[in-house]
Design a protein around this ligand. Structure first.
Ligand SMILES: [Mg+2]
Length: 438
């Protein structure tokens, strides 16, 4: 057998991890209904078409997009459930939040797939990239009770091929110096971005395996396959062309946060505390997307469900709630009527723009502005480490248990106080967590 020369001798100039949920929707169903584990399960009952099937169903020959009727013919005992996208997206969110615990650079490419940039983390975790990747995979599988496959390599294209290499629950690591061995086993049609027509063309030219492809020179590839062909050629050789896009959604028209509370209240201070909590949550999200807001809408919902709102603009957009609080308080005072019972507060941030750091207006106190912005950033850092709202405005002390809420009923239910690592009360509330191991 002829010896193949390596494409590169460098093992980890970069480390990109690709995580891919195995039979994701069906696995979510098995996670929240443990009695379905080990059974053939298909989702898609509502459309009468198989949307996803468990590995047990796959093993029997059930495929995606066939009719439920056909699936039943293949296996009369198959468990058919309607799609529950809300649950799937909650589990998906939790999967990405596990990844983000290890690195902030995470790209959500679909509901069950994402990339994480691990470059430079070996020193932080004092272990190899492979070990970090395995830890992330293990953490997702044990916390969420769903199987995932993981691929680790130098570029997104290679990492995705690696995660597909062994499934389900597979882990494949392809450092730079073995790329050539790996590509020798990958049929060219498996490469993401190479469709059936391109595959047919490449086969005519004697290119059957990904290795054949990268051994052509770049100008040959560009001549036959154009720009994208060239990009894939580089990616497959371990040269990153496609960057990770860390946020799934970066363009927001507005960000809003509301909170309904029970029982309704007519206490001004309590309402203000509720509203300030909404405002801080909205700003946390705003800063996560590196945006700032110029327009603020405050609204109150009365006990009989009537809403009253008021809108106002600051002179310029800000990423700091402290800068917006005086305006928001004025708006609240405008809206508030002492003898009315309120059941909800809300804030909408709009006229959002990219946060480009500070630009001072005339007559402004630059020292104060800089310190407000620094404060906001430090709050984000502390909250990222110790949990959302660890640091909050003093006003919100009105929301702590033991303080007079309404009729002394402002106590936190047990389910909110027993959180798992990485959870917040809100995420936990909406998540059908059944596999808590005590
Ligand atoms: Mg998948």
């Amino acid at each position: 057998m002829p010896r193949i020369s390596p494409i590169t001798i460098y093992t980890w100039p970069r480390a990109v991890l690709h995580i891919d949920g195995d039979a994701f929707f069906a696995s979510c169903e098995q996670a929240i209904h443990p009695e379905l584990k080990g059974k053939p399960v298909i989702t898609g009952k509502e459309r009468n078409i198989v949307a996803s099937m468990s590995y047990e169903a796959k093993a029997l020959g059930i495929r995606r997009a066939i009719s439920i009727w056909e699936a039943k013919k293949i296996c009369p005992n198959v468990v058919i459930v309607p799609s529950d996208y809300e649950t799937y997206s909650l589990i998906s969110k939790r999967m990405f939040s596990v990844m983000r615990r290890f690195t902030p650079t995470v790209e959500e490419s679909s509901i069950d797939e994402g990339y994480a940039d691990l470059t430079g983390l070996r020193r932080l975790y004092r272990t190899s990239y492979s070990e970090i990747a395995k830890q992330i995979k293990h953490q997702i599988e044990t916390e969420l009770d769903i199987p995932v496959s993981a691929g680790l390599s130098l570029t997104k294209t290679l990492a995705k091929l690696a995660s597909k290499y062994r499934k389900p629950r597979g882990f494949t690591s392809v450092p730079g110096d073995v790329i050539h061995h790996f590509l020798k086993e990958i049929p060219i049609c498996e490469v993401c971005g190479i469709g059936p027509n391109t595959t047919a063309l490449l086969k005519k030219k004697g290119v059957f395996w990904a290795l054949d492809y990268v051994q052509k020179n770049e100008s040959w590839v560009k001549q036959y396959l154009g720009k994208i062909g060239g990009e894939l050629w580089n990616e497959l050789r371990g040269e990153p062309i496609y960057p990770l896009v860390p946020e799934a959604k970066t363009t927001y028209d507005s960000i809003s946060k509301t909170k309904t509370f029970s029982p309704p209240t007519h206490h001004y201070e309590h309402l203000k505390a509720r509203l300030y909590r909404n405002v801080e949550s909205a700003f946390i999200k705003l800063r996560r997307y590196r945006l700032s807001a110029k327009r603020f809408t405050v609204y109150l919902r009365e006990q009989d469900f009537k809403d009253y709102g008021i809108q106002s603009d600051l002179n310029r957009a800000t990423p700091s709630p402290q800068e917006a609080f005086p305006l928001i308080e004025t708006m609240l005072q405008e809206l508030y009527r002492p003898n009315v019972l309120y059941r909800q507060t809300g804030i909408v941030l709009s006229r959002l723009q990219e946060d480009r750091g500070l630009q001072f207006e005339l007559f402004e106190d630059p020292v104060r502005m800089v310190s407000l912005h620094r404060l906001a950033r430090s709050i984000d850092e502390i909250n990222a480490r110790y949990g959302k709202h660890t640091v909050h405005s003093g006003m919100e002390l009105y929301l702590k248990p033991g303080t007079i809420g309404e009729n002394g009923r402002n106590t936190i239910p047990l389910r909110k106080t027993t959180l798992l690592y990485g959870e917040t009360a809100r995420q936990r509330l909406s998540f059908p967590m059944v596999q808590i191991k005590v």
